[in-house]
Design a protein around this ligand. Sequence first.
Ligand code: MG
Length: 279
Amino acid sequence: MKKNGIRDSGLGIRVSAASIVAAAIGIGAAAQPPGQLGYDDTPMQPGGRWHIHDGKRPQPPVVTPGVKNADPVPPPSDATVLIGTRDDLGAWQMTDGAPATWTMKGGVVETGKGLMRTKAEFTDFQLHVEFATPTTVKGDGQGRGNSGVFLLGKFEVQVLDSYNNPTYPDGQAAAMYGQHPPLVNASRPPGEWQTYDIVFTAPRFAQARLDKPAIATVFHNSVVVHNGDAFWGPTANRKIDPYTPDTAKGPITLQDHGNPVWYRNVWIRPIADRESAGR
Ligand code: MG
């Protein structure tokens, strides 16, 4: 048992095994050459000056957040609680439709094998997520505390231990993965609870063509890191994926990237637009 009730016994074995597997099949940052922070052989970002996962892109300035997040942030009365205080994963399933297999103890969920998604689907919402990476640091770059919060199952806000852990900026903690680095690096140290507060507007389509892109405003430990930024499409590793109409709604999905990460106190408030709400 470590501080904040986070268990991390035996994690080194899991991390090592996952890193070996990732390297063997060439996924994620594990496939990049040793000592290289990012990539320069990937497509250019749309309208931008940088390659996807460009290691030469400036690192976001480090900001020490004022909050310490020692206690969970209580959900508002109208929130839908996705991970609460009872050890109950009834709101979740695996992405293949099987019952949720990640483990939950004492209100804390540990990442397991395979991605876990909510049964419910959403469009526009306010989402609160609390997460922690292992106190005992193993691995580096993309191999340290990697998970992710996939909005609508398609748009990843990266989860990573980005405390003194350089990686390509569009892949660090709170990045809109592969697209926009966070404005600043507001990461707390490994083992400490951290928060994401995300306001998300789903993409809109007209006659199956994109009308408006998905928009996200993100606070990391109460520090704004994205201010109404647009996703140019679903997030992806080392490539650009186009919008398709099936990205208009979807679940909240938590990523298994082979690293142990913990989640607690996850809640969501669907947002009605003013017009349809009649206000
Ligand atoms: Mg990830």
